[in-house]
Design a protein around this ligand. Structure first.
Ligand code: ADP
Length: 379
């Protein structure tokens, strides 16, 4: 069964076509710079030509048509007709408390996802546009929404509740949601396979260290805590995000810099973390090189980054009272052995006490979405 996975960002669409349940990736690609005068299509498949070309995609709906054209094109396509695709799985960032599992898309589900745009104004609207684009090309094909937040819906109230007046939770649902759930779930499941132990017996900490970074405590296969919060801004120091700060800093900056709150939040999202500390950028490779040249701010950026990860691992080992394995994944987690060594080297006592294994497991959110989609439709 061919399952198409679609991941819409604010100005991009990434896609991958899988043959399920064989888990074979048939083709994948992306359309970037949607909304600009010239958008970029990249399309790859194992057996056909790779395609890179400029296209005109004024919005996500048009981008979806371009995507289906690429999948069926004479020289690079892999399908005779779009309706060879039997299911489409969409990554949707925010499912809040409504979606604890993947959901078959219908009018009611779409209305709920639209309603949640207030919690994820940058993320949910592009997903909705992508879903609409797929419906317009393939109205009969079943589509499934897979939420970044869903895996973390098992977090108990003591860990998801902020210690602010309770009425704000009741009124606005302000709480920890957590993100990267698909990735944390995937690597936790893979870790059990690698360790040859049932997931139901394991206490794991999964570290997703990409541009966005988050840590999750996974006990018996369920997320019991995670570092991202109400938004993806909380937790670890990231490529451009600050992670945890004292909220009083926001007011202080508003007054001292004479800028609006929205500007401060933008700075915390886009100009902080590794970028803000190092002054170099958000790419860990460049920062490590600068550190090796003796650049003190690069050294500091890395120290802050590593220290925060260590603190979270320690906190989650305490929260679960055990730690069978720490799993590293995503760009930095998979490729930067030095960062892994700095983290693990700094918590040797803890790792020894719990006989913790350190694993590197490449994440595969697209495959996980294909599996969730296939699993839901097979039932
Ligand atoms: P995103 O969250 O945007 O998907 P990635 O998972 O690609 O990002 O992570 C980006 C980070 O991973 C960057 O800091 C980059 O330096 C690092 N990274 C990615 N690939 C490699 C690699 N092959 N070697 C070393 N570092 C890498």
């Amino acid at each position: 069964m061919l399952v198409l996975v679609v991941n819409c960002g604010s100005s991009s669409v990434k896609y991958q076509l899988f043959d399920m349940p064989k888990k074979i990736s048939v083709a994948k690609g992306s359309i970037e710079r949607i909304g600009e005068a010239r958008s970029l299509l990249s399309h790859k498949s194992q057996k056909r030509d790779t395609l890179h070309k400029t296209v005109t995609a004024k919005d996500h709906k048009r981008a979806m048509q371009i995507l289906f054209d690429a999948l069926t094109c004479d020289s690079c396509g892999v399908l005779d007709r779009p309706d060879d695709i039997k299911a489409i799985g969409h990554r949707v960032v925010h499912g809040a408390e409504i979606f604890k599992n993947p959901a078959l898309i219908n009018k009611k589900v779409l209305k709920s996802i639209r309603g949640l745009s207030r919690l994820a104004p940058l993320h949910n609207p592009p997903s909705l546009a992508g879903i609409a684009g797929c419906i317009s090309v393939l109205p009969e094909v079943k589509q499934v929404a897979v939420f970044d937040t869903a895996f973390h819906q098992t977090i108990p109230d003591k860990a998801f509740t902020y210690a602010i007046p309770y009425e704000y939770y009741k009124k606005y649902r302000i709480r920890r949601y957590g993100f990267h759930g698909t990735s944390h779930k995937y690597v936790a499941t893979e870790a059990a396979r690698v360790l040859k132990r049932p997931l139901s017996r394991l206490k794991l900490v999964t570290c997703h260290l990409g541009n966005g970074c988050s840590v999750a405590a996974v006990e018996k296969g369920k997320s019991v805590d995670t570092s991202m919060g109400f938004t993806p801004l909380e937790g670890l120091a990231m490529g451009t995000r600050s992670g945890d700060i004292d909220p009083a800093i926001v007011k202080f900056l508003v007054e001292k810099e004479r800028i609006p709150v929205s500007k401060v939040i933008e700075i915390l999202n886009k100009k902080s973390g590794l970028t803000g500390l190092s002054g170099i950028g958000n790419d860990m490779r460049d920062i490590l090189k600068a550190k090796d040249r003796g650049d003190n701010r690069a050294r500091l950026a890395i120290d802050v980054f590593v220290y925060r990860i260590k603190k979270y691992i320690g906190a989650y080992a305490a929260a679960m009272d055990g730690l069978d394995a720490v799993i590293f994944t995503a760009g930095i987690g998979e490729n930067q052995g030095r960062i892994r060594q700095m983290v693990a080297g700094g918590i040797r006592g803890l790792l020894k006490k719990f006989k913790t294994r350190i694993l590197v497991i490449p994440t595969n959110e697209e495959l996980m979405i294909a599996e969730e989609t296939y699993g839901l439709l097979k039932r």
